[in-house]
Design a binder for this molecule. Sequence first.
Ligand code: HEC
Length: 157
Amino acid sequence: MIKYILIWFSLVFLGACGGNSEPKTQEEGNKMLEEAVKEGEKKEVHGTEVKEADIQITNPLDAKMVADGQSIYDSKCLSCHKLTDERIVGPGWKDVTKRRKPVWIMNMITNVDMMLAEDAEAQKLLEQCLVRMPNQNVTVADARSLLEFMRQNDGEK
Ligand code: HEC
């Protein structure tokens, strides 16, 4: 009975993913099923890559963005990041806008998996912190507000 259920699952899954070849044996079917599931996992979206030209930095600071950034910080970032230079889980945010370019910060927020895979500076942080920052599903607009909040925290007006 279990054998038929497995085969049925294989067919349904592969059908749903538009699999093109029919499994000939049950073993082959299971393998294809496993691959189809892996393929599905890979397609997960990990934020949007931000380009330097898309970011506008203005003075004075945008008060609405600072306030929005603060409330996102309180709910999604505060448990791992202090506003001083003290590291808890992640590095403290004091002077982060002086250490990093806006485009780096925004990609770190929206696309941390890409940054940990490809960016040497992000990888150095991972070596120090030993914890991967989780993807927080922050939109580009929210990341921009967070950046404004960080600029205020670093004393910009
Ligand atoms: C579960 C803990 C955790 C949470 C929550 C978290 N971070 Fe992080 N963050 C880290 C760690 C750890 C690092 C260092 C890189 C690594 O190890 O992945 C980091 C690094 C960073 C950096 C680079 C800091 C530097 O000194 O260059 C930025 C910017 C950042 N996080 C922003 C955010 C923002 C914005 C949020 C909230 C939306 C957030 N983080 C939420 C753990 C966290």
